[in-house]
Design a protein around this ligand. Structure first.
Ligand SMILES: Cc1cc2nc3c(=O)[nH]c(=O)nc-3n(C[C@H](O)[C@H](O)[C@H](O)COP(=O)(O)OP(=O)(O)OC[C@H]3O[C@@H](n4cnc5c(N)ncnc54)[C@H](O)[C@@H]3O)c2cc1C
Length: 418
């Protein structure tokens, strides 16, 4: 069995964007990989998300406005942020921890960290493309944010000022209602104000993640679906062994736990105490008369829309519940009601692909990336709203750290043992 530095064979739990990116970047460094997933490729959050690679919007979730808004909106099933009444101690601990981080000073320091990763995130996607991942990222030209009033618009502009003060970059133009509709004719009369953001990209999430999985397989990796890991056994002499509820165990030199919103169960025995809570989001697709060619964002309604080739995905909601809770049709209806006045030419009743998935959220809004108490057990997850944008960069950093390469200094903020 080889030493922890530069393992020959790594097992990865989770075939989402983070686990598969980790596999790909390990293969770049000559490591053999086995990816296991309780469902299959893109089995959870990495399937139904909005697919934005949007550095201008990739910001930490805990912020003072979310707390004020969240408290008002709590318990209201049609609110875009929904926290059901609960006596679940774990959820209450998460909410208290999250609320503690919703301060201006924490937000500003987290923004600086995000500004740093945002400068590198698209470059990691370019490395995947240069290395043969067939599905491409798309330049969003234009990437539009639409509002019912100029006052609403200025709230987002104010966030951009904070981002710039933290070292981030964002280029945008203000638009009036007619200007934004001339750029995106499917926008309706409810839209009276807008922003055009530059240099943002997007992907079709299911296609992209499957294409990444194909690239991992083409390079000799193994992906095992229906492998539900019940525990990780670690031994200095024999390496790690993944026990499964459903299949034979898998043995490797090291493991990366990239199991999204279910990260705690496997990582906690290795000293990871930071909570990862499902912030569940919903999406569905519609077929507008004319499918927009680029994403559209409604910040006030917290609704995100993305073209997926022949359909248009509409996503939103942040519901703090367990990852196994069933899809709640009231949330889908709430997204429909919020989006309807902003568009024209969409038959909302013929929507398809209704979906719920779990954003893996941490209390401080920062992901968990790196080694645990054991040098053979690593974690990569907890990216909350931005695991797609940051997945490949995460995969690159964890592969660098596991093979003894130089890792960007920003990784110190993501210590899983914090
Ligand atoms: C509505 C919505 C919109 C979003 N929009 C965006 C966006 O525009 N841009 C962006 O950057 N992010 C977005 N996100 C967030 C993004 O989807 C997530 O952060 C990201 O997909 C997390 O990836 P992951 O690989 O960590 O987790 P997941 O994709 O959840 O993958 C984890 C995998 O682990 C598997 N697994 C779990 N436990 C086990 C076990 N015990 N054994 C084996 N396998 C296991 C699961 O089956 C799953 O396939 C959005 C999320 C939602 C819900």
């Amino acid at each position: 069995m080889s030493a922890a530095k530069h393992p020959d064979h790594v097992a990865i739990v989770g075939a989402g964007i983070v686990g598969l990116s980790t596999a790909w970047f390990l293969q770049e460094r000559g490591v053999r990989v086995t990816v296991v997933d309780r469902k299959g490729v893109a089995g959870d959050s990495s399937w139904g998300n909005a697919g934005w690679l949007a550095p201008a919007l990739t910001l930490p979730l805990p912020e003072p406005a979310v707390l004020k808004y969240g408290l008002r909106a709590m318990l209201n099933p049609s609110s875009p942020v929904y926290v059901p009444f609960t006596t679940d101690v774990r959820l209450l601990r998460f909410l208290v921890g999250f609320a503690r981080h919703c301060t201006a000073s924490h937000w500003e320091s987290a923004m600086k960290v995000y500004a740093e990763v945002n400068r590198m995130s698209l470059g990691s996607y370019d490395e995947l493309a240069d290395g043969g991942v067939r599905e491409q990222t798309h330049l969003a030209d234009p990437f539009l944010a639409a509002f019912q009033s100029n006052d609403d618009r200025e709230l987002l502009v104010d966030e951009f000022r904070h981002l710039e003060a933290a070292g981030g970059e964002v280029e945008y133009d203000r638009l009036d209602g007619d200007e934004i509709r001339s750029l995106e004719p499917s926008l309706g009369g409810g839209v009276r104000s807008g922003l055009r953001l530059r240099n943002q990209r997007f992907i079709d999430p299911p296609r992209f993640v499957h294409s990444l999985a194909d690239a991992v397989l083409d390079r000799g990796g193994e992906i095992v679906s229906g492998f539900d890991v019940s525990a990780v056994r670690d031994s200095e002499r024999r390496g790690v062994r993944l026990l499964s509820r459903t299949a034979d165990s898998v043995t490797a030199d090291s493991v990366v736990v990239a199991s999204g919103a279910r990260l705690n169960a496997l990582a906690r025995p290795f000293g990871v105490r930071a909570l990862v809570q499902a912030g569940r989001g919903y999406s569905f697709s519609v077929q507008p008369r004319q499918i927009p060619k680029n994403p559209v964002y409604f910040p006030t309604q917290r609704v995100a829309c993305t073209p997926l080739h022949d359909r248009f995905r509409v996503a939103g909601m942040m519901e703090f519940r367990g990852p196994d809770a069933p899809l709640d049709p009231r949330r889908v209806q709430a997204i429909v009601e919020a989006a309807k006045p902003m568009f024209t030419g969409i038959d909302w009743d013929s929507r398809q692909e209704e979906w719920v998935g779990s954003r893996p959220c941490t209390t401080d809004g920062l992901p968990l990336i790196g080694a645990t108490r054991s040098p053979r057990v690593h974690v990569a997850g907890g990216h909350g709203m931005w695991g797609v944008a940051l997945g490949p960069l995460t995969g690159r950093m964890i592969a660098q750290s596991m093979t003894g390469d130089q890792v960007p200094g920003v990784i110190r903020h993501f210590d899983p043992l914090r």
